[in-house]
Design a protein around this ligand. Structure first.
Ligand code: FDA
Length: 585
């Protein structure tokens, strides 16, 4: 049996696997990615791409970020989340979503150099995969993972070449299971999970039809349709989702999970499309249709020895809040630099323990939030008297009754308004997307208390340099040229970075000495007037929460590892202590 060798073997080339491959290759780490199919995602599936994910793409290079925007539907086309009886029928209400409310827009702009956008998985995956392969990833398609065995030195994985049927082994130092919601890698490791699979049934119908006349005046990615059956299975209500404006669409429609999954043929697909769009004559060009289950399950440990799981392999949940591929890509940003540091001999394997410590709480949080978002459609049904399933005659009565000039109609109007506004926890939950703060051995708080959230932590991102949080974004300027850079542009890219200011020059010497000693390059950004980088707007001084001579040590994934308010008595000793802890020396 032939044997290949690589440093990191990645099973799966979905968003998680492709992002891991792209990051490892960018960090100069040998890796191989295998996929049992001959190509990447064949349906658009994930699409909402949040700012934190775009920051990962930006870290891979401005050309990667720019290409994503080029293929994406822009944020301005995502904003009018519509609730209606059908696309052609009466509109019940609307919610400004995905950072398009002027107040949210300001929060988005203040939080990140990147923009949220709608990038179908069929475009995200090729972008990440291409980046990986161009930078060194060895990719093998039509290659199926079968099993693995690990020992003290590495992992031996058995795969099958699906073209020839031949089995072969790959010897790697680490194995990453990015093999999706039915992860065999997770199963073979016996990793612990909480929750359950198959709590609801859903079908996806992908088709082409020009629906401009129903949607162009209220541009959105999501049109929610309340019809009989809309509360059964599925993701809370019937959904007509824009894939490409305004002629490619994906309908998500539920089915009763206690019954066998329906056979979605052209006739059923056309019937559902006509029903939700409200046009009995509509002709669709069906691209594909399939059924899937709503899951509510997350791993409480994402590592066994030399094997890691990430993405849907670790968190299995409905698409609500658009967290699927975002969280998968963010998992990879957390793990890739740690694997690189260990493989380069900069850190010991203890650093890898921080992966579960940091990402398992995120897995739990997003699985819980996504499932909660489904149930939060309930008040909309209730406000229209649909407590026992959607009955068209009851709905019509209530839609009519809400137009009356009576106290009860006024109350109903208020109930509908409030129920729709409450859905901001699914469609404008900036905090869920951006507030991830880590606690692990790869973070040193020195006992500093975590700042409490001043606003709702699910809805609003709160910047802080408290160790564990992502470094706040502000714009800084190159001395002389005036070129503008985000704080996130001045760190990351596989390297540790220190931010300090005038009077903090001793951190430069300390970084050089400790960096040489530990074999870890430590970049220093000294920010101040007539220094290389200037804080012309004062935004950095307001965001950094330390004084000019203080130090903020940032990890390669933009998260703050340690900070101190001002110059310490022995900066090199402090830096050595903290870096040694983080790198698990
Ligand atoms: P993903 O499942 O994308 O990739 C797994 C990879 O592993 C694939 O390349 C696969 O071929 C490979 N693989 C699996 N087993 C293997 C084996 N034994 N050997 C070799 N390769 C193997 N999310 C969202 O935000 N909005 C949405 O509308 C939807 N809709 C949706 C519909 C359906 C039907 C599904 C299944 C999922 C969604 N999602 C979604 C979820 C979203 O697509 C998901 O979160 C991401 O794709 C997760 O990315 P991963 O890379 O973790 O897994």
């Amino acid at each position: 049996m032939a044997t290949f060798t690589t440093d990191v073997l990645i099973i799966g080339t979905g968003p998680a696997g492709s992002a891991t491959a792209a990051l490892l290759s960018s960090y100069g780490i040998g890796n191989m990615a295998v996929n049992r199919y001959r190509w990447l995602a064949n349906t658009p599936r994930a699409h909402i791409t949040n700012q934190r994910t775009m920051e990962v793409l930006r870290d891979l290079g401005r050309e990667v970020e720019d290409e994503a925007y080029m293929f994406a539907a822009g944020q301005e086309l995502m904003g009018e989340n519509v609730f209606c009886e059908s696309l052609a029928g009466e509109e019940i209400g609307r919610l400004k979503s995905w950072g398009n409310h002027p107040l949210s827009q300001a929060e988005h702009k203040l939080s990140s150099p990147c923009m949220m956008n709608d990038l179908p998985q069929t475009m995200m995956e090729p972008l990440l995969f291409k980046t990986a392969c161009a930078r060194g990833t060895q990719a093998r398609m039509s290659t199926e993972y079968l099993s693995h065995a690990q020992d003290d030195e590495g992992v031996t994985t058995t795969c099958r070449d699906r073209l020839s049927g031949a089995e072969f082994t790959i010897r790697s130092k680490y194995l990453v299971g990015a093999d999706g919601g039915n992860s065999l890698v997770a199963e073979h490791c016996g990793l612990p999970f909480e929750g359950e699979m198959g709590v609801g049934g859903s079908m996806n119908i992908l088709f082409k039809a020009d629906l401009s006349k129903y949607v162009a005046h209220r541009p959105s990615v999501l049109y929610w349709v309340m019809q009989p059956g809309a509360d059964v299975g599925g993701i809370g209500m019937g959904l007509v989702r824009m894939v490409r404006p305004w002629n490619e669409w994906l309908i998500v429609w539920g089915y009763d999970i206690s019954q066998p999954a329906p056979e979605v043929d052209e006739a059923l697909a056309t019937q559902v499309a006509r029903q939700l769009i409200g046009d009995p004559e509509l002709q669709i060009e069906l691209i594909s249709a399939n059924t899937w289950t709503v899951n509510n399950k997350y791993a409480t440990n994402m590592q066994k020895g030399r094997v890691f799981i990430m993405g849907d392999a670790a968190h299995r949940h409905p698409p609500s809040n658009g967290l699927g591929s975002n969280t998968s890509i963010q998992d990879s940003f957390n793990l890739a630099w740690k694997l690189a540091a260990v493989l380069k001999g900069q850190a010991s394997e203890g650093l890898l323990d921080s992966y579960t410590a940091e990402r398992a709480p995120v897995a739990k949080q997003i699985v819980t939030r996504a499932n909660q978002s489904i149930s939060e459609f309930g008040p909309i049904f209730e406000s229209l008297g649909m407590t026992e399933g959607v009955k068209p005659e009851v709905m019509q009565q209530n839609l009519e009754a809400r137009c009356d000039a009576t106290p009860s109609a006024e109350k109903q109007r208020e109930a509908i308004r409030e129920a729709i506004a409450f859905k901001k926890y699914e469609f404008d939950a900036h905090g869920v997307e951006m507030n991830q703060r880590y606690r692990s051995n790869a973070i040193e708080t020195d006992g500093q208390i975590e700042p409490a959230f001043e606003l709702d932590a699910e809805l609003h991102y709160q910047p802080t340099t408290w160790p564990g949080a992502r470094i706040p974004h502000v714009w800084l300027f190159e001395h002389g040229s005036g070129a503008k850079h985000s704080t996130l542009d001045l760190c990351g890219k596989g390297r540790f970075t220190i931010f300090t200011g005038i009077g903090g020059e001793a951190w430069e010497t300390a970084a050089r000495d400790v960096g040489e000693e530990l074999g870890v390059p430590l970049d220093v950004r000294l920010i101040g007037p007539r220094r290389d980088i200037e804080d012309l707007t004062g935004d950095w001084a307001r965001a950094r929460e330390v004084s000019d001579t203080g130090c903020i040590l940032v990890r390669p994934d933009h998260h703050v590892a340690w900070r101190t308010d001002s110059l310490t008595a022995d900066p090199a000793a402090d830096l050595r202590r903290v870096m040694s802890k983080i790198l698990a020396h």
